[in-house]
Ligand binder design. Structure first.
Ligand code: C5P
Length: 211
């Protein structure tokens, strides 16, 4: 099958030298991409700004902002059998990018932020029989929010985790599917990669997707 995987943070420029971003390292998505390749699948990895190296033997599309990532995902979507959105996409970006370097003044500075596109939500509208997996980093009322997200984004499965997983080597999570919430699991991210590839294969087989 062909796997389309996103990884890393996005970077939203404020001016020529400053940006908004988050703590994502891209480790999870990179490990999922390596696991999919090792399982014999073809892989396209859409990778936000990270110092980590992507695995060899796969297609890598490097992006910076959420809008870049949206364009890359939409261009690759139709060819993919499985989409795994593990990127930590910035929900907001500055309304405009200041040309050059913003000079400091005497007082405070207010930045107007506008919503970024929700890539997974958009991809959900064009889902067809493709398998879609997402992540949810929830702090409060985790299960309730995750269930809403699963439905709204038309996901086959959602990996529910907490902020302690960001930029860590291990991952603690639960997997939510329309059938229900799985037990707590904890493992190195490389193993999570294999776990998710196996899950996507199982979901695809149950749905009769081509392999
Ligand atoms: O709504 P929330 O950001 O918690 O959803 C997380 C899931 O949605 C992740 O799989 C993430 O990659 C994806 N996402 C997205 N576009 C956004 C925000 C999140 O595709 N703008």
């Amino acid at each position: 099958m062909r796997f389309l995987i996103t990884a890393g943070p996005t970077r939203e420029m404020i001016d020529a030298v400053r940006y908004l971003s988050n703590l994502s390292s891209g480790r999870t998505g990179i490990d999922v991409a390596a696991a999919a390749r090792d399982a014999g699948h073809t892989v396209a990895l859409v990778l936000g700004p990270t110092p980590l190296s992507p695995p060899d033997g796969i297609d890598v599309l490097r992006v910076v902002s959420a809008r870049d990532m949206r364009d890359a995902v939409m261009a690759e979507l139709e060819a993919a059998d499985v989409l795994i959105m593990s990127a930590a996409v910035a929900d907001y970006r500055p309304q405009s990018v200041h040309p050059g370097k913003l000079k400091k003044g005497e007082g405070n500075l207010t930045l107007e932020l506008v919503r970024n596109p929700d890539i997974l939500l958009e991809a959900g509208d064009r889902k067809g029989d493709r398998i879609h997996l997402g992540f949810a980093l929830e702090v409060q009322d985790a299960e309730l929010h995750a269930r809403r997200k699963l439905e709204r984004k038309r996901l086959d499965a959602l990996v529910l985790n907490g902020p302690e997983n960001l930029a860590a080597d291990r991952s603690a999570f639960r997997i939510l599917t329309p059938e229900g919430l799985g037990p707590p699991e904890e493992m190195p991210k490389a193993e999570l990669g294999r776990r998710l590839v196996a899950l996507a294969e199982e979901l695809a087989a149950n749905r009769g997707t081509r392999s």
